[in-house]
Write a protein that binds this ligand. Structure first.
Ligand SMILES: Cc1cc2nc3c(=O)[nH]c(=O)nc-3n(C[C@H](O)[C@H](O)[C@H](O)COP(=O)(O)OP(=O)(O)OC[C@H]3O[C@@H](n4cnc5c(N)ncnc54)[C@H](O)[C@@H]3O)c2cc1C
Length: 587
């Protein structure tokens, strides 16, 4: 139910106050950790968050893209990349990140995916004991309460804080997509269960058809515990590290122009996300020596922080026109839908910005294991035209020139979209500080489609070919489905539908789906890229951990919210083990 948003952040700062644990960032992982650590009544926990608490409209799933234009988004832009993003404003991709109590779970699309068994088995094989799928399954189950109609019950949690539901409204076009994949031989699966390859309606992080954010799931109840203090609008500016003992002693933070310190008796935990955890490490003297020296930041520990960043790229240009009205239409979003929503009936307001179904395919390109996908297909029962280009395409910064040529002419047509997402990209980017001023956002480099053998482009093109096959199935041909063949402006010189044409189109219109990871990579000591060990402790610095999406060592076959929750749950247990069950440490 919507309910009143409780004042999750009523505390005021007190300079020099002491806590057992200080958590930086109330996002997906940080909220889970704050909840789990505050279960121990003797521990005093501080959770510092740069943004504001959510408001009631956050609950409305249909509004997901809108929050990117509000102060709940850090509003970062990727640095310009040669021969990339040619159809985007200023050739710069938008890289949103949630800023608020709930973090990115306040502005995300609520797609609930855990990832593939092999993702995590790879983490373990890389030298991270305790992170195989079998090790992590209890955490994936612990975090969720699955309420979906179709589920592999033995793999799914039923008592967790994060609620998982079906979207209450479905279009016939989504049904057609599922039928089409089945006609091609794919099974209908619980992609969070035994088998991921296949097709399914999307599973959503929803509670009673409303957004279930990290704030709602983990903090609303926990903040009633007397030992958890949450401070909003508190920008942590650095971790205070003793330069002699190399121990984290606390943090410095700024609120309304005033600077405060908070002391940690036990640990500081950075959960500021894939951009800001590495930024904070570097501001605190932990990072590549040459880079910190460039900015006159005294180096406490030379580590390759931010040197590698993987992401999931997608391509939102594949539009399928149909001869019947079986899709979402802007005209359907009337006052009636709000009435239904507020009276708890199935309503279009509860749809995930148009995302309805997912399919996972192995195209035999990034790997030869038939159970391990190399692309995810995201089916939308509408497209960038459905809101007349006013919102979603603007979140991607697609230019007027592109929109007016490709989507505008079909604004009143029956059309849906399939977005391929490359789940195991070979290309990777990096992150650098722009300034040693903590208020200045870091520089983000995507470096997309730059791998030596052009494998990322080839996998994308193979996924486009797979989508063309889907359109040719009897299920879609019942509606005379056609792939829109308007050439992408700038690619007219290539023969439409040739491989070089698609590469050109990708370089104009491919966009991130916001799954940046690996900027504080977890790995064994012998891994030259590792920042944290398998207990998430920063190498060379005592009493400092990182626990959020930044520690994910390789891209997962998932959207990254559930993995971030899992990391929060697992980190909490690692911390409890260290302080509760080891005889030589007190709590
Ligand atoms: C637009 C968008 C759509 C997405 N859609 C999906 C989806 O549908 N499904 C899915 O699974 N994933 C999705 N994701 C990704 C997913 O939401 C994130 O990967 C996940 O929430 C990351 O969790 P985290 O804990 O690592 O960081 P975050 O949730 O980003 O939390 C970090 C928190 O730290 C705070 N912070 C940062 N710096 C400081 C500082 N210096 N001081 C104090 N606080 C600070 C931030 O304000 C933020 O609240 C989406 C992401 C975005 C941006």
């Amino acid at each position: 139910m919507t309910g009143k948003i409780p004042e999750t952040s009523r505390y005021k700062p007190i300079n020099g106050e002491e806590f057992d644990f200080i958590i930086v960032g109330a996002g997906s992982a940080g909220s889970a950790i704050a909840n789990r650590l505050s279960e121990i009544a003797q521990w005093k926990i501080l959770l510092l968050e740069a943004g504001y608490p959510p408001v009631e409209v956050h609950d409305m799933p249909i509004l997901a893209p809108v929050f990117q234009f509000t102060p709940y988004n850090w509003k970062n832009l990727m640095e310009k990349q040669d021969y990339m993003s040619l159809g985007l404003e200023d050739q710069r991709m938008s890289w949103p990140r949630g800023k608020g109590i709930g973090g990115s779970s306040l502005i995300n699309y609520m797609i609930h995916v855990r990832g593939n068994r092999l993702d995590y088995d790879k983490w373990a094989a890389m030298g991270n004991p305790g992170w195989s799928y079998d090790d992590l399954l209890p955490y994936f189950m612990k975090l969720e309460e699955t309420r979906t109609r179709h589920q592999d019950s033995q793999y799914r949690g039923h008592e967790g804080y994060v609620k998982v539901e079906d979207v209450p409204i479905r279009t016939r076009s989504a049904e057609t997509f599922i039928e089409a994949l089945q006609q091609m031989g794919y099974s209908y699966v619980d992609y969070n269960g035994y088998q991921q390859i296949g097709v399914s309606y999307v599973q959503a992080t929803l509670q009673d058809s409303r957004r279930c954010s990290a704030e709602k799931a983990y903090l609303r109840k926990a903040q009633e515990r007397g030992n958890l203090k949450i401070i909003k609008k508190a920008l942590v500016t650095k971790v205070i590290i003793n330069p002699i003992t190399l121990e984290a002693e606390g943090v410095e933070y700024e609120r309304d122009g005033m600077y405060y310190t908070a002391k940690a008796r036990k640990e500081v935990i950075l959960s500021a996300g894939a951009f800001h955890s590495p930024q904070l490490l570097m501001l605190s003297g932990i990072g590549p020596r040459y880079h910190l020296s460039e900015l006159d930041i005294p180096v406490l520990k030379d580590l390759p922080v931010g040197q590698k960043m993987y992401d999931h790229l997608s391509f939102p240009e594949l539009v399928i026109t149909l001869n019947e009205s079986i899709v979402f239409k802007a005209s359907s979003f009337g006052i009636n839908e709000f009435k239904k929503y507020f009276s708890n009936q199935p309503s279009l307001i509860s749809t995930l910005g148009g995302v309805e179904a997912l399919a996972y395919l192995n195209l035999n390109l990034t790997n030869r294991n038939p159970t391990y996908p190399d692309v995810e297909l995201i089916f939308m029962g509408g497209g960038l035209h459905s809101d007349f280009g006013l919102i979603t395409r603007k979140t991607f910064r697609i230019t007027d020139r592109m929109y007016n040529r490709i989507w505008k002419p079909i604004e009143n047509e029956n059309a849906c979209q399939i977005l391929p997402m490359l789940v195991h990209p070979k290309s990777y980017g990096y992150i650098k500080l722009k300034s040693k001023d903590p208020h200045v956002q870091p520089k983000l480099y995507g470096n997309y489609l730059t791998d030596a053998y052009n494998e990322d482009v080839r996998t994308f093109i193979a996924s486009i070919r797979a989508i063309q096959e889907i359109i040719q199935t009897p299920a879609f041909q019942r509606y005379n489905a056609q792939l829109l063949d308007t050439p992408v402006p700038g690619c007219e010189l290539f023969r439409f539908d040739s491989d070089p044409y698609w590469e050109c189109a990708l370089r104009h219109l491919a966009v991130t789906l916001h799954h940046q990871v690996a900027t504080c990579k977890m790995g064994p000591k012998y891994d030259p890229e590792a920042i944290v060990d398998s207990s998430l402790r920063v190498y060379g610095i005592k009493r400092l951990r990182v626990a959020d999406a930044s520690v994910i060592p390789l891209p997962v076959t998932a959207h990254t919210n559930v993995p971030a929750y899992m990391i929060g749950e697992k980190a909490s247990d690692l911390i409890k083990q260290d302080y509760m069950y080891r005889p030589y440490q007190n709590y």
